[in-house]
Structures are given as structure tokens and as C-alpha cells.
Design a protein around this ligand. Structure first.
Ligand code: SF4
Ligand code: SF4
Length: 219
């Protein structure tokens, strides 16, 4: 018994209702946070900016964020998706990733809409990447926003580093980067040596990635 490892709560900040996640257990891991966060997608009492009538579950959303999402999967999701689709990692990259971005050395899932979106539903939902799992079109507290994006982009940086190590990517050709590509490439370089990225590189599952690497003031 005791406190839940992670609490998701609503609070008012600057006159706006925001969602936050509080980590109570210093030993909590990314799987614990995902478990606490997932119910938000289905919660019809939470204000969603783009949701149908603002109060509805994400399932079948008509303004689906998956129509435009820029998804670089975290390494755990990347491996799980390839395994589920029963293809090798290079085949997975060839089939499901944007080939123009690949030629620039970036692993972006085919988008507009996302290749995995069928009839408004995600066909790989349980294995979808962290950026997809954490995204919600609601206001978040600053700390929580920092936390979830640091985790998601650390996981994505790990995919990028892993793919470079495995020889899955051509030499980068920076000329064609969009500003967002550039931000991501710079982020990979800035994150490369961080313990959170290293945790993703050696993890078998989200349970192996401790949250303490991503919490403010700790590494
Ligand atoms: S998070 Fe995405 S799927 Fe959910 S309500 Fe917002 S736009 Fe729709
Ligand atoms: S992987 Fe699934 S959740 Fe993520 S953008 Fe694509 S359809 Fe949406």
C-alpha cells in the first residue's frame, strides 16, 4: 500500500485548467508514467482543444492529430513495431518511413496522414511511439510538458543513434532540412551523451527506463 507512483491531476495555472503528472516514487519508470497517462486519451471530462465538441475520447477523433504528426519513434517502439509487422528493421524503414527524410538521414514515419492511421484509428495503437502516447491537445503544466517531451525526444534520439550505428541511414545531407528537421538533428547531438538516451539504447522495455533521468535537477 501507499501513494500511487504517479498521479495525473488537473490544476489551474494562469487562469487555465492544465494537466500535470506528479512523480511520487523516485524509482518510477517510463512504463509507470505511460500507465498513468493513457486514461487521458479516453477521458471525456478533459478539455481537448481539437477533440469533437472538446469533450470526447481520442478514439475516432475527426480532427486527428495523426493527420499531421511528425513522428520519429522512440527506440523501444521502433523495435516493437518492426517485430509486430514481421519485417526486418531495414525493411521497416523502407516501407513505413518517409524516404525523402531518410535520404537526409532522418527516420520520420510516413505522414499526412500517418501511414498507420486507417479509418481514423491507429492500427498499431498498443505499440505506438512515445510521442503519440504522450501527445494530448490539452494544456499541460510547464514541468509536465518538459518531462514528457524530454522522454519522447530522448527515445527518438536513441532511435536515430541506433540507426546510425547499425548503418541504416545514409550520410546526412543537411541541405534539405526543414527548420523542424534541424531542431531535431541539433537535439540528437545535444542529447547524445545524456543518461536518459543511453537508458533507451540499452533498454528492452519501458520498464528499463527510469524517470529520474528526465526529472528536473537530476540526471
Ligand atoms: S489528442 Fe489528437 S486524437 Fe485526441 S482529441 Fe486531440 S487531436 Fe483528437
Ligand atoms: S502511429 Fe498511430 S498514434 Fe501515432 S501518428 Fe500514427 S496513427 Fe497516430
Amino acid at each position: 500500500m501507499g501513494m500511487t507512483k504517479i498521479e495525473v491531476y488537473q490544476t489551474v495555472e494562469d487562469g487555465i485548467v492544465k494537466l500535470g503528472a506528479r512523480v511520487n516514487d523516485p524509482e518510477a519508470n517510463v512504463a509507470d508514467l505511460l500507465e498513468a497517462w493513457q486514461p487521458l486519451c479516453d477521458d471525456e471530462s478533459i478539455y481537448k482543444i481539437y477533440g469533437h465538441n472538446h469533450y470526447s475520447a481520442c478514439k475516432g477523433c475527426p480532427n486527428n492529430c495523426c493527420d499531421t504528426a511528425y513522428v520519429i519513434p522512440d527506440l523501444i517502439s521502433f523495435r516493437n513495431m518492426a517485430a509486430q509487422l514481421q519485417v526486418t528493421e531495414p525493411e521497416f524503414i523502407q516501407d513505413c518511413f518517409d524516404q525523402d527524410k531518410w535520404a537526409l538521414g532522418l527516420l520520420k514515419i510516413k505522414s499526412n496522414p500517418c501511414i498507420f492511421l486507417q479509418e481514423r484509428l491507429c492500427t498499431i495503437y498498443p505499440l505506438r511511439s512515445l510521442i503519440c502516447r504522450f501527445y494530448i491537445c490539452s494544456d499541460l503544466t510547464w514541468d509536465t510538458e518538459q518531462l514528457i517531451y524530454t522522454i519522447a525526444w530522448s527515445g527518438a534520439a536513441a532511435t536515430q543513434i541506433y540507426a546510425q550505428q547499425q548503418g541504416y541511414l545514409p550520410e546526412p545531407a543537411p541541405g534539405g532540412y526543414t527548420s523542424f528537421d534541424r531542431v531535431f538533428v541539433d537535439l540528437v547531438e545535444a542529447y547524445r551523451e545524456l543518461p536518459g538516451v543511453k537508458a533507451f539504447l540499452t533498454a528492452g522495455s519501458y520498464e528499463d527506463v527510469p524517470l529520474r533521468h528526465f526529472l528536473k535537477g537530476e540526471q
